[in-house]
Design a protein around this ligand. Structure first.
Ligand code: SF4
Length: 324
């Protein structure tokens, strides 16, 4: 088994807002090994993106605060690193692809300027060397006539092409770890498939590790080796792809799986998860999923279930499991 590259241990992130305090990530622990693709799945507001931004130390403080836990990248706790060490880590060792390229890319600089900035700062390339490298990168991510597009602005690209530019920027300094935060959500279905394929081919080609964040379990089915399912700030299930798809243990994971359209399904209708995600400023006591869970018991309304190993490498947090 490959060695761990990234280890999160009891990560807890809080935000102090005018309307009150909320815990966006609550005691999350998982590990990503070298060359592994890890899917982090859950509805909007479950804490996936805050977890990813915490790894990059991109949580604005205040109002946010990483109040507990450890994030070890290649054995070093990123929470103990200086700002200069973090700048060296971002882009060169860990890179991130964001959901909405228009908000992550700068509309007043050309594509070449934006990508070559990282190349010149991190790798010390000259202006001309950086320009040539940008041509290579744009070609790598499938942008046609890359030399002609160098001096284009972001608004001159389509949604799928902007996401390719983001990927080129993320790959520019040869990182060993990529975090893709809902990279296909804003795109239409056919472009989603192309971008997904592009990301997985880059991961294979460069031997990178990947955290792929999505609200759609169907998307990670073909891309990820292992999967973590988050609900209302907690990691509720964690396991290999087969554990999650063939032996799901948490009712929320089962609900997500039942919500995926399947061509071979007997049923005509999908089974949605009833209700909606709780208000994180005033979450329910006990298991946060209990207002939506068909199996909720009295204990679920009082006590938070323990996150524990139920089979080698397969963890879940549910009182049903404590009762066999
Ligand atoms: Fe449902 Fe209770 Fe399990 Fe929560 S702990 S998922 S409410 S059975």
């Amino acid at each position: 088994m490959a060695e761990p590259v990234l280890e999160l241990d009891d990560l807890t992130v809080r935000f102090r807002l005018k309307r009150g305090e909320l815990t966006a990530v609550n005691g999350v622990s998982f590990c990503v090994r070298r060359g592994e693709t890890f899917g982090l799945v859950g509805e909007s507001g479950s804490g996936k993106s805050v977890t990813a931004r915490s790894i990059m130390r991109l949580i604005p403080e205040p109002p946010g605060e990483i109040s507990r836990g450890r994030i070890a990248f290649e054995g070093r706790n990123v929470l103990d690193m200086s700002d200069a060490e973090m700048r060296a880590l971002r882009g060169r060792r860990i890179a991130m692809v964001f959901q909405e390229p228009m908000s992550a890319l700068n509309p007043v600089f050309t594509v070449c300027d934006q990508i070559s900035d990282a190349l010149r700062t991190n790798l010390g390339l000259s202006k001309q060397e950086a320009r040539e490298r940008v041509v290579e990168l744009l070609s790598l991510v499938g942008i046609p006539s890359p030399r002609r597009r160098l001096d284009s602005y972001v608004h001159e690209f389509s949604g799928g092409m902007r996401q390719r530019v983001m990927l080129a920027m993320a790959l520019s300094c040869n990182p060993s770890f990529l975090i893709a935060d809902e990279p296909t959500t804003a795109l239409d279905v056919t472009i989603q498939a192309t971008i997904l394929e592009l990301i997985t081919s880059m991961i294979d080609r460069f031997g990178m590790s990947l955290i792929f964040i999505t609200h759609n379990l169907g998307v990670v089915a073909h891309t990820c080796d292992s999967i973590g399912v988050m609900y209302a700030s907690h990691l509720v299930e964690l396991g290999g792809k087969r554990d999650i798809f063939e032996r799901p243990q948490h009712p929320y994971t089962v609900g997500l799986l039942n919500s995926i359209p399947r061509l071979d399904a007997q049923a005509r209708y999908l089974t949605p998860i009833r209700g909606s995600v709780c208000n994180m400023l005033d979450p329910p006591v006990g298991c946060k999923f209990h207002p939506r869970c068909a199996h909720a018991m009295d204990i679920c309304r009082r006590e938070v279930p323990q996150f524990r190993e139920i089979a080698p490498g397969h963890h879940a947090a549910c009182h049903l499991l404590d009762r066999g």
